[in-house]
Write a protein that binds this ligand. Structure first.
Ligand code: GTP
Ligand code: MG
Length: 170
């Protein structure tokens, strides 16, 4: 029969990388130009059907502001999956993403499914991070990688779908 899986998923990444926008696109199919900076964290859920299972994501959208960093373990502890988000127009946001990957690798679930999202892929003229650089980093660190756009919806459902496919089947 078709399995039902509940999966806690956390989004981590720099301020303004687009975590909340990716969630809003995935959960409600919407985009807001003036999305407000997240305070603490925000919860939502969405269901994805893959070949043999229905995965209900319980999504924790964390705040990128540094003063909330100490809260992050509450959200990634016990998480089955993480999306680490950077902004392709901001090199520093990739460096911040790498710090999150290190933290998850040392403190997170050892079998956590991790995805690296290079968001704002629609802003081609302002690109600062080469696709190849992020792809190589992801490969070396066992993450899967996609460039996304919450604005145009490019690869947004896809990244959640790819995570759903990779979750361990209980
Ligand atoms: P914090 O909550 O402060 O950590 O930020 P965040 O990572 O949740 O970023 P947020 O989703 O609030 O997006 C920040 C800004 O970038 C907003 O003005 C969004 O409209 C914009 N934005 C987000 N995703 C995209 C995208 O894919 N393309 C473009 N062009 N703008 C985006
Ligand atoms: Mg946010």
């Amino acid at each position: 029969g078709n399995k039902s899986i509940n999966a806690k998923l956390v989004l981590l990444g720099d301020v303004g990388a687009g975590k909340s926008s990716l969630v809003l696109r995935f959960v409600k199919g919407q985009f807001i130009e003036f999305q407000e900076s997240t305070i603490g964290a925000a919860f939502s859920s969405q269901t994805v059907a893959v070949d043999d299972a229905t995965v209900k994501f319980e999504i924790w959208d964390t705040a990128g502001q540094e003063r909330y960093h100490s809260l992050a373990p509450m959200y990634y502890r016990g998480a089955a999956a993480a999306i680490i988000v950077y902004d392709i127009t901001n090199q520093a946001s990739l460096e911040r993403a790498k710090k999150w990957v290190q933290e998850l690798q040392s403190q997170g679930n050892s079998n956590m499914v991790m995805a690296l999202a290079g968001n704002k892929a629609d802003l081609v003229d302002s690109r600062k991070v080469a696709t190849e650089e992020a792809q190589a980093y992801a490969q070396e660190n066992g993450l899967f990688f996609m460039e996304t756009s919450a604005k145009t919806a490019t690869n947004v459902n896809d990244i959640f779908y790819e995570i759903a496919k990779r979750l361990p089947r209980l």
